[in-house]
Design a protein. Structure first.
Length: 380
């Protein structure tokens, strides 16, 4: 993975870009744009981020386009309506304030020479460039429902959409993100709703679950208790998708009553993708490690993620982006310094988002890619 950091002083932004460019086939990029001067107002910050995105896109090869975007906002109820409304890809919008004091940050996943088109009536965007169809959806939500019922409704809606496209929740959903308003109160409902939905779909400890992040986050509509992003793939062969456990460091999630995979590996003919779920300072008994100590929790979190990456045949140098979630904004300076020292060029954002268990002070997720594909499969 190649990393590039570009400061834009006139726009008060910094663009961090990771690039995976094979000799042949689809190039892919992760772009993280953050604001460097939080003293300017929201309109100026948003304008700077948008101009930085255009400027960065213009440096990339012709035919490169966004396949998924996520906006991180400090006050979604007042800011979300000002975001662009004409995006040609799936877009996620979540209130998770960037902890450098700014009001907005943007993560964009880009690919070269792909077709991106909405699937009518589903909210899903289909990305196609080979034998597989990649289905992205952002910010699915159903207002006025308890978190358990909302979670079941969201998964049922996704399941029906996948079935209409020739797939299924169990067979084709690769990754989910659940952003939970007041996570300390509503997360149990998400757990219960997901467990029930997965049981209906045939997802059990004896089969597999779906990699996921379940974290604090707010929708612009205050009536929404849960919003969900998802990524699914139609057209994978048997064995092309597998799961990561790192049992020396982590336990199976079902042992403490939840249902998600620690990570998922997808092998193509020309590359390998890893999607690492939200990972905290946890041990192989499911216990919080180093309660109350943000430095040691950060180190244990990184150890756990490193073990998952290694099991999947990747390393930190293959990681395209990182999203780091903190419960306490007072921990930002410590964590920011630690991560900047270890990952000075990594596309990364640190946001305010309480983890699902109060004892966990920090969590992170990431995606990785390298050329260790399996040539029995078609190229990406």
């Amino acid at each position: 993975m190649k990393y590039t950091v570009t400061d834009h002083p006139s726009l008060h932004t910094c663009a961090r870009l990771s690039s995976f460019v094979p000799d042949e086939g689809v190039a892919e990029y992760h772009l993280m744009i953050t604001v460097t001067d939080p003293r300017i107002g929201f309109a100026a910050q948003l304008s700077g981020v948008l101009e930085t995105f255009v400027a960065t896109l213009n440096t990339l090869p012709s035919g490169t386009r966004a396949v998924f975007k996520r906006w991180f906002l400090s006050d979604a109820a007042n800011q979300a309506s000002h975001l662009p409304q004409n995006d040609a890809c799936a877009v996620s919008v979540v209130e998770q304030p960037p902890l450098n004091g700014s009001k907005v940050a943007l993560w964009v996943y880009l690919q070269q020479d792909v077709a991106v088109a909405p699937i009518s009536g589903t909210g899903i965007y289909e990305v196609s460039h080979g034998v597989c169809r990649h289905l992205w959806r952002g910010s699915a939500a159903v207002p006025d429902l308890h978190s358990e019922i909302a979670t079941m409704a969201l998964l049922e809606e996704l399941s029906l959409s996948l079935e209409s496209s020739g797939g299924s929740l169990a067979g084709n959903c690769v990754r989910t993100w659940f952003f939970v308003h007041d996570v300390d109160v509503n997360y149990l409902g998400v757990v219960n709703g997901r467990n029930k939905s997965f049981a209906v779909a045939g997802l059990t400890p004896d089969t597999h679950f779906i990699s996921s992040t379940g974290i604090g986050g707010r929708h612009a509509d205050p009536r929404v208790t849960v919003q969900m992003d998802s990524y699914s793939i139609i057209g994978l062969a048997d064995g092309q998708m597998s799961y990561l456990y790192a049992t020396e460091y982590l336990n199976p999630t079902y042992e403490y009553g939840v249902a998600f995979e620690r990570g998922t590996r997808v092998d193509y003919g020309d590359r390998r993708h890893l999607l690492i779920s939200g990972t905290a300072s946890i041990d192989n008994r499911g216990e919080v490690v180093h309660p109350g100590d943000i430095r040691r929790q950060t180190l244990r979190m990184l150890t756990n993620v490193e073990a998952l990456l290694a099991e999947g045949g990747c390393s930190w140098s293959d990681v395209g982006h990182m999203i780091v979630y903190l419960r306490d904004p007072a921990d930002h300076c410590v964590v920011s310094d630690m991560l900047a020292e270890r990952f000075p060029h990594m596309p990364m954002v640190i946001v305010l988002a309480p983890v699902c268990r109060p004892g966990w002070l920090i969590e992170m997720e990431c995606m990785a890619v390298n050329a260790a594909g399996n040539h029995i499969y078609a190229p990406f």
